[in-house]
Design a protein around this ligand. Structure first.
Ligand code: LMR
Ligand code: MN
Length: 427
């Protein structure tokens, strides 16, 4: 980049050396290029230091080597120490290159100083601030993101990208639901602008559900669906394959999973025993889905992989689910026991993807327990399976006595091709 480097060496010999090094990088003679520009006579040349970084960068790409890439990023970063000497144009080009390498390497936080310099140089450019916000969120630093956001919104109170991200931080990290709704509403006003993305409609609707403002939630879900952010107002998963048949409740008979369901039903008593014997291993549900009560789960398979050693605890259950690859290999689902204490209410929510169907095998204490999927509420029966699509809004009540146990088996949506089952990224 750039032929406007400040502090070019005055002697034409050394300037020529820099040109040769640049050629060498093009010819993949990286070592030689680096040696050439590392001569003490070139110590003051920014272009020489840039070529060191570039040589490392190109070699990293050529050899697909992450250590070289880290060294390249480090070398680029050194150049920012002299950022005041760089023109606007050169600074932006250098920053773009550096940021793309940082993103590729996945070391998000190292982007911070670059963004800080860009924000200082271009104080009227809101996008650098918003990118810094996103960087902090990716690096799981919500407090730092919030600081940038507050600052940004002081200067740009109507910036929709900042408003939406602030709404997100307020909801998910600070649980300030009212405030987050206000932010989201402004960000998504008239359903136009750069913040009109599925995830922000999702979080606005979810915040309203959490607040018990159901009519408003419904209106947001309708709007979201009308603008194509959701499959429908009730089916609000964000990781979807579009053409799959959509319906809340399924009959096992209309799927290829009848054998699996029959086998589970035939062995339900042994499955119940296995689920009960492993009580000590259950873990509390942590997604904040319950409005009240106690709910814990024991994972057997997650994302199509057995939790190491788990099947020793539940050999019958595992041997059955292993007969159906669409269950045991379902990388967008889980197989788990789900134990719910009496008095529990799981608030309305949706699963992340429409690529799975969820089978439930009723095992114990199912009296006075209910599950609503979309508009239809059903009950479990001992030793019988239910099948539903958990990308639709669903809700669970345990109004009975004793801990309710069910086995949950996710299976690939029957409409997915073999290729999709192999290639869809796991969830
Ligand atoms: C859910 O999948 O959200 C619930 O149906 C789980 C359960 O244990 O009922
Ligand atoms: Mn659920």
């Amino acid at each position: 980049i750039g032929n406007e480097w400040p502090g070019e060496p005055s002697s034409s010999y050394w300037r020529k050396q820099l040109d040769i090094a640049e050629d060498e990088i093009r010819q993949r003679e990286f070592e030689s290029a680096r040696a050439r520009v590392s001569r003490p006579e070139l110590a003051g040349s920014l272009r020489a230091r840039y070529l060191v970084a570039l040589a490392l960068d190109e070699e990293a790409e050529y050899r697909r080597n992450n250590d070289l890439l880290s060294r390249a990023i480090h070398a680029y970063m050194q150049l920012f120490k002299s950022s005041t000497q760089l023109s606007d144009n050169l600074l932006t080009q250098l920053a773009t290159k550096t940021l793309s390498r940082i993103q590729f390497r996945g070391t998000y936080l190292s982007a911070e100083p670059v963004y800080r310099i860009l924000i200082k140089r271009f104080p009227n450019e809101v996008s650098y601030r918003n990118n810094l916000t996103v960087t902090f969120l990716m690096a799981n630093k919500p407090d730092l993101a919030a600081e940038v956001l507050k600052d940004t919104l002081k200067m740009w109170p109507d910036d929709r990208v900042a408003l939406a991200h602030y709404g997100f931080v307020l909801k998910t990290h600070y649980k300030e639901l009212e405030e987050s709704v206000t932010m989201f509403r402004k960000a998504l006003e008239n359903d136009t602008g750069p913040a009109c993305e599925p995830r922000f409609y999702y979080h606005l609707g979810d915040a309203l559900l959490l607040l018990g403002r159901f009519a408003e939630a419904d209106e947001v879900h309708r709007r979201g669906a009308a603008h194509g952010h959701f499959l429908s107002p009730a089916q609000r998963s964000l990781y979807n394959v579009d053409r799959l048949k959509s319906r809340p409740w399924w009959q096992v008979e209309e799927t290829p999973y009848i054998k699996l369901a029959n086998a589970l039903e035939r062995s339900w008593k042994e499955i119940l025993k296995e689920g009960e014997a492993a009580r000590a291993l259950y873990e509390k549900e942590r997604e904040g889905l319950k409005e009240k009560g106690e709910w814990s789960q024991l994972d057997l398979f997650v994302r199509g992989q057995e939790i190491p050693g788990r099947c020793k605890r539940a050999p019958v259950t595992c041997s059955i689910v292993r007969t159906e690859p669409a269950a045991a290999n379902c990388r967008r689902g889980q197989i788990k026991f789900s134990l719910m204490a009496p008095g529990t209410h799981v608030r309305p929510h949706v699963g992340p993807t429409n690529c799975r169907l969820r089978m439930h095998l009723g095992l114990s204490n199912i009296k006075n327990t209910y599950i609503r999927v979309d508009r239809e509420t059903r009950q479990w029966h001992l030793g019988k399976v239910l099948l539903f699509d958990d990308s639709f809004e669903h809700e669970v009540w345990h109004n009975g006595t004793g801990a309710r146990l069910v086995l949950i088996v996710d299976v690939w949506h029957p409409d997915l091709t073999a290729l999709e089952r192999r290639q869809l990224p796991p969830i």
